[in-house]
Design a protein around this ligand. Sequence first.
Ligand code: ME8
Length: 496
Amino acid sequence: MTNFYITTPIYYVNGDPHLGTAYAEINADAFARWHRLLGDQVLFVTGTDEYGLKIAQAAAENGVTPQEWVDRTSERFRRAWGKLDISFDDFIRTTEPRHARTVQEFLSEIHRRGYIYKDLYVGLYCVSCEAYYQESELVNGRDCPVHGRPVTEMSEENYFFALSKFNDRLIELYESNPGAIIPETRLHEVLGFLRQGLTDVSITRSSIDWGVRVPWDEGHVFYVWYDALINYLTAVGYGTSQGTFDRWWPSVHHLLGKDILRFHAVWWPAMCMAAGIDPPAQFLVTGWMLVNGEKMSKSLGNQIDPLAVASELSPDALRYYLLRANGFGLDGDVSMESLYRVYNADLANDLGNLLSRVVALSMQKGGGVAPAVPEIGGDVLGAGPLVEAAVSAWNAFKPNDAIEHAMAIVRAGNALLERVEPWRRPALDPESLDALGRVREGLRLAAAILSPAIPRASAEILSRLGFGARGELRWTPEPGGAALEKGAPLFPRVVK
Ligand code: ME8
């Protein structure tokens, strides 16, 4: 039995879920669903990042305590993911006692091993990023490169993590294991950064209260990033359940946006090494969803509401669009216009139409029962190689390729029906029956491949076509005869 452990970033709760954070969830959910389909044991973990200055400030602005604030806002994330059919197995809130225990245990271990020391820190800090910047990284020598707002100078006595001691080991890790970061451009970015040389990083704050206490010095809390990354261990029982931990760690797949690559691919594996555990196996790094060329984020305020899209069309429509829009790892411009276009072309026309054609033709002319699936023979749909390619694409974390292969089967199905034209024939002759049986099987395979992207519609397709429990991911002849279901249009066309 293969284990598949996948995580998402845990989101700051100073705003609402938006299309960018939904994008990470939907990708991770699709991979989790794909591996469940393969029969793997899956652990899919997401959550919320609830400490840090930014959250404390948001609570103050809203006139409530930080805990009240995060209780309220974290719930909004959990509910939003429910509405997008995100099938997470665990939801970590960093203010939970189980997480504080893991953080304290893990960082105490690093402290005991001599990789944490005390020193004075002076630096330029962006509150929105919760990160210090070097002067050379600022825009106009003053503004945060991500948020475009001025950074502030902060100075405090901190504990430091001896990151520089892990420089060589990290380079070796990635040189000997280039598949550890997907896509490859991000691997090169990390190696380039590592080759410039690492400096030690400050990991505690004494100026704020809202964080996990440093167990050996109560006047300090851990810096929010150093607590947040550890959620990946909280979820697998680090320090509490060795059996669970050994089962899932270190073969984890961390999905994240390219904005937080260094925290994940540099700091985090170094921390693991310092604590004497293996570094995480793989990072899946997404690009950014852009609106008119700009990154969408809570702080910039140029949001598209994923929940509005999901309720206007369907969660499947949003999921399909985001997974299909552009290659995994690349930036992509998104807009409602292109969403409607893709929805109408792929889902309403190609997929929805093909399903209603097969069902309607079999009902009108074939007695309402499912046409038999013939032997694959000449494979006019090209289903054999397309399914194989789609399986490889999902396994290689390339949702848009997998979707493209499934849609090629669908398009071939429509083309076959247009060639045979069963609707022009008085009754279903052998050629029509062969075509309909092929299309029915092609739709079954396409629905299976598409199920991580459009789980609701896929289940509906299988049931309307009279397919029972989960079938094989390859062409499977069967005698037909099952009852078909007409149903309402799967993806009603939108007219704007
Ligand atoms: O960084 N396009 O949380 P966060 C694509 N709490 N993805 C986007 C996006 C966009 N426009 N905007 C955000 C944090 N994302 C930390 C993480 S993990 C231990 C701590 C996604 O709420 C993307 O995956 O700012 C990015 O990495 C993540 O949201 C950051 O969410």
